[in-house]
Write a protein that binds this ligand. Sequence first.
Ligand SMILES: [Fe+2]
Ligand SMILES: [Fe+2]
Length: 317
Amino acid sequence: MESKPQYFKIRLHTILPDTPLPFDLFVKINDRLLLYVRQGDSLTKERLATLLAKDTGYFYVKEDDRWTYRNFMKSIIREDQISVTQKAQLLKESALGFVEEIFEKPDVYQALDESKPLIQDFINLIDEQPEALSDMISLSSHDFYTYNHSLDVAIYSLGLGHVLGYDKKTLENLGVGALFHDIGKRLVPVEILCKKGGLSEEDWAIIHQHPQFGLDILINKPEIDPGIIAACFEHHESWSGSGYPQKLRGEEIHPFGRIVAITDTFDAMTTQRSYNTPMFPREAIAMMKNQLKGRYDPHMVEAMSEALFHLNPSGAS
Ligand SMILES: [Fe+2]
Ligand SMILES: [Fe+2]
C-alpha cells in the first residue's frame, strides 16, 4: 500500500522568483495541497506577489524532496549573482521555517542534532562574508515568537562569538545552545506562557524555573556539549551574582551563559512585544553599559557592540 506523501512547509520569501525549481512546490488552499509550481518551472514575480498579498503563509514541499530543496538553497546562497543582503535574507527565511518545524518536535535530541547543519550554514556565510551578519541582524524580525526570538538570539550569539575569534566547532555549539536556550520553557504550562495580563507570583516562580527545566531536559545525554547545557542553564545568571538559578558570579558563569544573557536581553529590548516600545540597538547597548552596569560581562558587552556596529557600517537598524 502506498503511503500518503508527507510535506514540510517553507516560508514564502524562501523562493526566489524566476528561478527554475528542482522540486514541486505546493500551496495549501482550504486545507488541501495544490501543486503550484511544477519541478523545472519557475515562480513568476506576479504569482509570488499574489500569494504574498493573500497571506497564505507557506509553501509546501514533499518530504522526499527535502535534500533536493536543501542543496538547492545552498547552491543559491553560494551564487555570485545575488547580493549579500539577498543571501542573508534567503538563509534567514529558510531557517525560520525550519526552526519552527524543529521546535515542534517532541524529541529534543533529534531537534538539537537537526539544527546543526543550519547553524553551520550561518557560520559559513558569516565566515565567507562577514557583512552578511549586519544584514541578518537588520532583518531581525522584531516581533516575538519563540522561534523568531530563538533564531535571533542564535544569530546575535554567532556574531558575538565571531568577534571573539571562536573556531567553527565552538561557534557551532554556541549557535545550537543559543537556539535552544529557552528549551526549558517546554515544561512551563502554556496557560502561564500565554497568559494575557498580569502573572501571579506563583506563575513567575514557575517561569523562573525554565533554566532548571532546560538542564533537566538535556542532562541525560552525556554527548551534549557542556556549553550547550550552560547556554540553557546559565543564561539568567548575572555577572554581579544576582541572577538565577545558581547565583553564579563573574567567570563562574560559562562564557556561553554570559553571551546568551546579553543576546537574549538585547533581543527582548529591541523587539516589539505587546507591552513595550522597542529600543534602538544603540540604546539597548547603552543601557547594558550604564543603568544595567555590573549585570553583564563587560568584555562580552564590548564584543556585542562590535558585532552590531563595527561589522555593520550603516549601524544595525
Ligand atoms: Fe530564558
Ligand atoms: Fe530567551
